[in-house]
Ligand binder design. Structure first.
Ligand code: XLS
Ligand code: NI
Ligand code: NI
Length: 443
């Protein structure tokens, strides 16, 4: 096995380069579907997905939950010196991402290095790590899909960041976002994400919702203007989520976010990063959210994971549902893919998945499921009457009075006259089961 360690210490010992071995392989540490060079619908799988590893789940989340402490003891967390520890963590991160053969990574500022309460010291720490990351990126070829700031974990943000009723707190969020933007730009980050962690409310009894939402819009404008002045050419993403940690978040779902962006003149610079588990928390399917974003021209990026249908929180499990992902990939392909973003595994291994190999199995499974779903969806589009079935449902609008109606040429009186002339319409099947079977046939 090739030793791909970049630093001087190997963290994932005994695990070599993960390769594509195809369907014949029974090696659990190999891709069976994700052949990055395979061309589907005119692009390689690598280009379609731009797979990314999430720093926070893979290198910070230590298995602790509300009922118990850490279960994962990270070798890279040994040193008591902040920068030494951060560098060891980054060594391990790049070792992992490189061994996995993933082209991108994503981080929050505080994932990369611990923050204290001193803004200037925090900036210095982040800048030190940016210089280190530059070397790592150059050595490995791994790129930054997006950066972001964690303005929801520190106690000062308990009532929100840009929607906090206290302007002093808001200013801290501004300082943090500035530094995170600087870091993203310095590392050639292709996008920048705003997930509104606590941008919402716990109770309306103490909340001026209108004012908070205006502050959120003002904050996004201010951050965007700064980044553009610094030469940032990438896309800003809003990541919708309906709740958790707040009772109600302002960026509830795609439809809500699109309305917000339009109202506050942010469309154009901002697109959407859709997370699967957030979609389901909002009472939608992932497919629904993809379609809403695609129809509005703001399908920017994806946070790949899955929820648990038996409970109602963001469990952030790795994707493994072929049927759902195949339906999602039909929309993905029809939309022409993502605008600027990629597929970031915003997912974590379970608390009791404690072998170093588990982190590999999780990402391999996720990548294989996406690849298989995309290949299947492409086959459905190419080789079946899937699109035709849907088109034919709307055929009555393709000509005659239906077409005139679409063109805005008919009045309510015209509709009445047409109804009387044609009489009772024939009952027509929606053919749902036929289409569901079609998906399974191609899987
Ligand atoms: C949390 C979010 C978070 C964002 C980045 O639910 O998914 O991880 O992706 O702040
Ligand atoms: Ni996310
Ligand atoms: Ni999430």
């Amino acid at each position: 096995m090739a030793n791909l360690t970049i630093g001087d210490k190997e963290f994932f010992k005994g695990i070599g380069q993960i390769k594509f071995e195809g369907l014949e392989s029974d090696n659990p540490l190999a891709y069976r579907w994700y052949d990055e060079n395979r061309v589907v619908a005119g692009k390689t799988l690598k280009e379609h997905f731009k797979f990314s590893v999430a720093y926070w789940h893979s290198f910070n989340a230590n298995g602790s939950d509300p009922f118990g402490g850490p279960t994962l003891n990270f070798a890279w967390d040994e040193s008591s010196d902040v920068i030494t520890r951060a560098k060891a963590k980054m060594d391990s991160a790049f070792e992992f991402i490189t061994k996995l053969g993933m082209p991108y990574y994503c981080f929050h500022d505080v994932d990369v290095v611990d923050y204290g309460n001193d803004i200037v010291e925090n900036e210095r720490r982040l800048q030190t790590m940016v210089e280190y990351a530059k070397q790592k990126q150059a050595q490995s070829g791994v790129k930054l899909l997006w950066g972001t700031a964690n303005v929801f974990s520190h106690q000062r943000y308990m009532n929100g960041a840009s929607t906090n009723p206290d302007f002093q707190v808001l200013s801290h969020a501004g300082a943090q976002v500035k530094a995170a933007l600087d870091a993203t730009i310095a590392l050639g980050g292709e996008n920048y994400v705003f997930w509104g962690g606590r941008e919402g409310y716990m109770t309306l009894l103490n909340t001026n919702m209108k004012r908070e939402q205006e502050h959120l819009a003002r904050f996004l404008h201010t951050a965007k203007d700064y980044a553009r002045q610094q030469g940032f050419k990438g896309t800003f993403f809003i990541e919708p989520k309906p709740m958790e940690p707040t009772k109600h978040q302002y960026d509830y779902d795609c439809a809500t976010v699109i309305g917000f962006l339009r109202q506050h003149d942010l469309l154009g610079d901002f697109k959407i990063n859709i997370e699967v588990n957030h979609a389901t928390l909002a009472g939608h399917t992932f497919q629904h959210e993809l379609q809403v974003a695609a129809d509005a021209g703001v399908l920017g990026s994806v946070d790949a994971n899955r929820g648990d249908y038996q409970n109602g929180w963001d469990t952030d499990q790795f994707p493994n549902n072929l049927n759902e992902l195949t339906e999602a990939m039909l929309i993905f392909l029809e939309a022409g893919g993502l605008q600027g973003g990629g597929v970031n595994f915003d997912a974590k291994i379970r608390r009791n998945s404690t072998d170093p190999a588990d982190l590999f199995y999780a990402h391999i499974g996720g990548a294989d499921t996406f690849a298989r779903a995309l290949i299947t969806a492409d086959n459905i589009l190419q080789k079946s009457d899937f699109l035709k079935v849907r088109e034919e449902r709307y055929a009555s609008f393709d000509g005659g009075k239906g077409k005139e109606y679409e063109q805005g040429k008919l009045t309510l009186e015209d509709l009445r006259a047409f109804a009387i002339e044609k009489g009772e319409p024939a009952v027509k099947s929606g053919r749902q089961e036929y289409l569901e079977n079609l998906i399974n046939r191609f899987i």
